[in-house]
Design a protein around this ligand. Structure first.
Ligand SMILES: Nc1ncnc2c1ncn2[C@@H]1O[C@H](COP(=O)(O)OP(=O)(O)O)[C@@H](O)[C@H]1O
Ligand SMILES: [Mg+2]
Length: 246
């Protein structure tokens, strides 16, 4: 079976004070369908830069990303947008909800942007709101919701187009410890329920430990040889961080 996503030799440079600084250095890995993978990396290690490349929101300096076997490097801007809409749901640390829209309107927004009629997807929207425990909030605006509730809305929004892949950028970074734990559990639940594949990046060892596979990113370097697999405990994550000198 084709991997859902394949990163091949990704490099990303940024110009800092007139100098080309490498942010990502030769990053390669694959995500198998139905997997729940986490990338553990400290602040500034390149996690957000990597997710933007994987989603085709930014272009690598070298290397390629294949989504469902299709190359982003070989696609033009329009095609990249089409691939992204078809393949990816994105969950952000700061939720990125539109303040003037209700919860339900925020959730269906990707359908509208994709030129679809939300009324055709009412059953799915209801199921998402139920599954994420936010059905009672459907007519509320985001202001006044808790961080955990806002993140549930943003997960529902990310799933409404039924993307095969969910990319989550520090989804618990702005939440209390308890709300964060619930969000990670929900994301795990969602993988099996909606048959999605999840890639979650985090600087939190507890969140990282929720992955069936944990990859480590340090100063833009990701060595799949250092990954942990199986029922990964938080102690194993801490031990590997120490080993890697992170
Ligand atoms: N647009 C940019 N210009 C210059 N440096 C950047 C830019 N974006 C990110 N960086 C640098 O790249 C590194 C990785 O950033 P980022 O991907 O945001 O890391 P993380 O998400 O792991 O905290 C950091 O050192 C950051 O300062
Ligand atoms: Mg980041």
């Amino acid at each position: 079976m084709d991997p859902i996503l394949e990163a091949r030799g990704l490099f990303r440079f940024q110009t800092v004070h007139g100098e080309q600084v490498p942010i990502l250095k030769d990053v390669s890995f694959r995500l198998e369908p139905g997997s729940f993978t986490t990338i553990m990396g400290p602040s500034g290690s390149g996690k957000s830069t990597l997710l933007h490349l994987l989603a085709g929101l930014d272009s690598p300096s070298a290397g390629d990303v294949l989504l469902g076997g299709e190359s982003l490097a070989q696609a033009d801007e329009d095609r990249r947008t089409a691939i992204r809409r078809r393949s990816i749901g994105f969950v952000f640390q700061f939720f990125n909800l539109l303040p003037d829209l209700t919860v339900a309107e925020n959730v269906v927004l990707p359908l509208l942007i994709g030129g679809e009629r939300p009324d055709r997807h009412r059953a799915l929207v209801d199921e998402l709101l139920e599954t994420l425990g936010i059905a009672r909030l459907r007519d509320r605006v985001p202001a006044g919701l808790s961080g955990g509730e806002m993140q549930r809305v943003s997960i529902a929004r990310a799933l409404v187009t039924r993307p095969p892949l969910l990319l989550a950028d520090e989804p618990t970074g702005n939440l209390s410890s308890k709300a964060g734990e619930e969000i990670v559990a929900l994301l795990r639940d969602v993988v099996s329920r909606f048959e999605a594949t999840v890639l979650l990046v985090t600087h939190n060892p507890r969140d990282a430990a929720a992955g069936d596979r944990v990859l480590f990113l340090h100063d833009g370097v990701l060595d799949p040889g250092h990954s942990l697999e199986g029922d990964v405990g938080v102690h194993a994550v801490h031990a590997r961080l120490e080993e890697l000198g992170i």
